[in-house]
Design a protein around this ligand. Structure first.
Ligand SMILES: Cc1ncc(COP(=O)(O)O)c(C=O)c1O
Length: 409
């Protein structure tokens, strides 16, 4: 049999033209509606949501889409999570359990509110928190859990909600990567006490930056709204500031674009799922590679593959696939979030190390997470605008790299 020559070794790449990407118009769905939305706001002369109509309308539309009582618009996904932690209102030194595999926007809001992030280990295939690992991390100081639906795969939120209810703590869902991912007859973001979303450039829908938080609880919604606006109760006549808070307001421009994007969201999710189904079918027979587990609920922000040791070296895989014209990332992160200097070295407020002065985050803290990041998690960007031919190229590239790098069974 003829030996496959990988592009990295001078062979012909599977793909020479770039795949659709979220980094330019090829992989984003911005059309006339978004253009009209921006023009409408600009021509109105009112760009601030404090007096405008777009952000309030977006809040109603997003709450309606998810079947939530309230939605609060803000300036980023990180801000939405900060609003949520502010609604938990921890005492300094209280603990909030979360995952070591996510964007740091999941974790920094905990520290900004003077609480201590406690990292629980993840499932070795989905990379999501599990009820068992979270249960083992609960202490008398635990006030909440922030669960992430990594890459668009729902974490076991019903079980986590039961666990949180048993312990009298709150569940926050970080849905930045998982718009409209179904959980039974509802969506992620609706099982926890608060659900948080991001509108950053690479998400299912985007307005550049922006965030949304949903809840059914009127008091928490009000607290989040106040926290996004310096604690200023604008629904009263008073110009006063009720508690320590920042300006995390969304602008009217962002809100108007997001409203247009919302009408495209179901289509984006459906097309990402169709493309992923085709890819997973195309690689199902390859030994040593696990395609994303999909019980009809994965919304594929990215397309994560899990490599077994027999499949070959993770970083060689990422480089070889990228050379074939199919960008891939080995591990997603450089290290687990607790290994970042801000957390492990506790670089926080001056030299104080506060609120982490008594916390330690040694290597080996979450072995499954470290194994995924160091050796097993191969992440392919995913896109709603992939054609069948694009997906077939991705499959061909994976098969080619597999034939060269996987060890014989
Ligand atoms: C899981 C997760 N949480 C939080 C964030 C933070 O969102 P933002 O970048 O909008 O602040 C992101 C994305 O960046 C994310 O993917």
């Amino acid at each position: 049999m003829e030996k496959t020559v990988l592009a990295r070794d001078g062979g012909t790449p599977v793909r020479t033209s770039p795949l659709p990407s979220v980094m330019d118009a090829s992989g984003r769905r911005f059309g006339d509606d978004e253009v009209k939305a921006v023009e409408r706001v600009l021509r109105s002369g009112m760009l601030s949501a404090t007096w405008g109509t777009e952000a309030p309308a977006l809040e109603l539309e997003f709450a309606d889409l998810l079947g939530a009582g309230y939605a609060v618009a803000c300036s980023s996904g990180t801000a939405a999570l900060h609003l949520a932690v502010a609604a938990v209102d921890p005492e300094p030194g209280d603990e909030i359990i979360t995952t070591p595999i996510s964007d740091m926007g999941t974790v920094f809001p905990i520290m900004m509110q003077n609480a201590v992030p406690v990292f629980a280990d993840v499932d070795p295939i989905t990379g999501n928190l599990t009820p068992e690992t979270v249960a083992a991390a609960i202490t008398p100081r635990t006030k909440a859990v922030i669960v992430v639906h990594l890459f668009g795969k729902p974490a076991p939120v019903r079980e986590l909600r039961e666990l949180c209810d048993r312990h009298g703590i709150l569940l926050i869902e970080d849905c930045a990567q998982a718009y409209l991912a179904p959980v039974g007859d509802t969506f992620v973001g609706r099982i926890g006490h608060i659900g948080c979303f991001s509108l950053q450039q690479t998400k299912h829908i985007s307005a550049g930056d922006g965030g949304l938080a949903v809840t059914d609880d009127a008091a928490r919604a009000r607290r989040m709204r106040l926290f996004a606006d310096k604690g200023w109760p604008r629904d009263t006549d008073e110009r006063t500031y009720l508690f320590l808070a920042l300006n995390y307001r969304m602008t009217e421009l962002v809100a108007s674009v997001t409203r247009a994007q919302l009408t495209r969201l179901r289509g984006v999710v459906a097309d990402r799922r169709t493309a992923a189904g085709r890819a997973s079918a195309g690689i199902a027979d390859l030994a040593g590679i696990t395609a994303p587990p999909d019980g009809g609920d994965h919304v594929y922000w990215q397309y994560p593959l899990i490599l077994s040791p027999a499949a070959g070296d993770l970083h060689e895989w990422a480089a070889a696939l990228t050379a074939e014209g199919v960008p891939a990332n080995g591990g997603y992160l450089t290290g687990p979030l607790y290994a970042a200097p801000a957390v492990r070295e506790r670089i926080t407020y001056g030299q104080s190390r506060f609120p982490l002065q008594d916390a330690e985050y040694p290597p080996g803290l979450c072995p499954n997470a470290e194994d995924l990041i160091n050796s097993r998690l191969l992440v392919l960007p995913w896109n709603e605008n992939y054609t069948d031919a694009d997906v077939d190229d991705i499959v061909a590239a994976i098969r080619k790299v597999h034939s060269a790098l996987a060890r014989e069974a």
